[in-house]
Write a protein that binds this ligand. Structure first.
Ligand SMILES: Cc1cc2nc3c(=O)[nH]c(=O)nc-3n(C[C@H](O)[C@H](O)[C@H](O)COP(=O)(O)O)c2cc1C
Length: 177
């Protein structure tokens, strides 16, 4: 599959069989994240992989409604940032998320971005505090997002190149066509 095909095929998948992700595939997904570009090459990220079913169930409450899919995921990969390393940690960690999401798609696995930053857990804590407490993350680190990964139970249609919003691209100045 060439890169454009992969980009069009990538969808957010929220229904999984509950099977574990093979070590080989997990390794590739993590490598894709670790290979990411970062501002001034600071690489502020730390990744926490959760495969334990009980922990995945607990993590599914880290958001109000938006993290339910973790109950049946094969694993969750939480992306934290050392905020002292750089002021562009959100951008850096977003690239890690995106690269892992794409690698999962290229391996035929389903995955979904679960927003962590600026969001609330079901118990009223911030999603960040909820996950840091649960996973014993040291002070100074912030949660960017969580990637749920699983063997897919749904296969939504790929995006179609013809349907992409070409009008969002402006050439030379905003108003010229
Ligand atoms: C920054 C960001 C935050 C997102 N947060 C969530 C989330 O918390 N829960 C969820 O189910 N999907 C989340 N998504 C997935 C989007 O809903 C999804 O990408 C969008 O609906 C487009 O669908 P597609 O990914 O299949 O193209 C998020 C995606 C991004 C990029």
């Amino acid at each position: 599959m060439d890169l454009m095909e992969l980009l069009l095929n990538r969808r957010s998948i929220r229904k999984y069989t509950g099977e574990r992700i093979s070590e080989k595939n997990l390794e590739k997904i993590l490598q894709a994240g670790l290979a990411s570009a970062s501002g001034r090459n600071r690489k502020p990220w730390e990744l926490v992989v959760v495969q334990n079913r009980e922990m995945l169930e607990k993590l599914s409450h880290c958001r109000t409604g938006a993290a339910k899919m973790l109950e049946k995921a094969g694993c969750a990969i939480l992306v934290f940032a050392d905020m002292a390393k750089t002021d562009v940690w959100t951008e850096d960690c977003s690239i890690v998320m995106s690269n892992m999401h794409l690698m999962a798609a290229s391996l035929g696995l389903g995955s979904c971005w679960i927003q962590g930053r600026l969001r609330e857990a079901e118990n009223g804590q911030t999603a960040d505090a909820y996950c840091r407490d649960l996973l014993q993350v040291p002070d100074g680190y912030a949660l960017e997002a969580i990637l749920s990964v699983g063997v897919p139970l749904e296969h939504p249609e790929p995006h179609r190149a013809e349907e992409l919003a070409a009008e969002k691209v402006h050439y030379e100045t905003w108003t010229t066509q």
